[in-house]
Design a protein around this ligand. Structure first.
Ligand SMILES: [Zn+2]
Length: 64
């Protein structure tokens, strides 16, 4: 059962509109910013790992 993230109304699994029929919230993009933020944090963590890995390589040490 799908639920509206804002008003918690139950929506039929066969209800395919992207907005809640009760409160008109956009179901696809509600919390979208939050998800973007999480993705950004993951990406930053990944980048940090790669940077640490690169710092272990000898050719990087010579340049810096
Ligand atoms: Zn709703």
């Amino acid at each position: 059962m799908r639920k509206c993230p804002k008003c918690k109304a139950r929506l039929s699994p066969f209800y395919f509109k992207t907005t809640c029929k009760y409160c008109d919230t956009d179901l696809l993009y509600y919390n979208f910013d939050e998800r973007l933020e999480q993705d950004a944090q993951k990406a930053a963590a990944q980048e940090e790992k790669i940077r640490q890995l690169l710092n272990k390589l000898p050719f990087r040490k010579n340049k810096q």
